[in-house]
Design a protein around this ligand. Sequence first.
Ligand SMILES: [Zn+2]
Length: 293
Amino acid sequence: MPALFEANFGIPDTFLYAIVFIWGAVIGSFLNVVIHRVPNELSLLPSSKCPKCDNGIKPYHNIPIFGWLMLGGKCVVCKNPIAWRYPAVELVTGLVFVLTFSQIGLSAFLPVALVFVATMIALLFIDAEHMILPNVITYPLFVAALAVRIIYPIAIEGARFSDMNFAPVNYLVGYPEWAVSLAGALLGALAGGGSLWLVGAIWKALRGVEAMGLGDVKMLLGVGALLGWRLTLLTIFLGAFSGALVGVVMIMKSKDRDLQTQLPFGIFLGIGSIVALLFGERMISWYVSNFIP
Ligand SMILES: [Zn+2]
């Protein structure tokens, strides 16, 4: 969005981006609470405590990123180190919010996109730390994605999700927009959750080991419902590609050649789905125009 706000409202774009970044960092500090407490089934009520000694943290130490820097990465009371994950999640969320805002712009879809990327950030950090993708996040993600796919075409004139312009969803002629959108969402969920489930089942049959948890499958139900089948298959491709790359590097660096460690695949799916949401349509059309005659 080049200089849109400067031209139209007299607000410098850099100022607007700074606000979006700060807002993202504040959401990031809430995501830290989610990442720490949801897998441990603790309450999400806002009360900032040192994760080790439970001592309250002063409000000014709660300022995203800077609070951690002011504390020198240590709790004032017990001097235990506070994980670098805290400022990292705040920084990442701030940057991803800026990126999302720059790609989506001020549109009715922006709130959905921001909630989606925030959810992906929470899931990928939870998977990295705890090796699980909690149902309390993946189930509501799926339900919310279906709701968005039904409500948006009804509430917003001309709102279309990108998969509705492509086969086989665009074959549905003469049905109301919300029904076409819902059909696209269900197909996307099937493409996402179904293909991951199938890969897991085949792997289990061949190797006799669980290749991935059902958490990944449930996560991709929600991603698939919102993004549609094309961007979801792109998400899986990006996730598998980057996951394989990291996996090969890890195996090469490790002494143990038959490494059986499970990579938390949710990390790569989370990153893949954010890339697919923001850049996916352009990536697909670039690929199609260059490689498909
Ligand atoms: Zn402490």
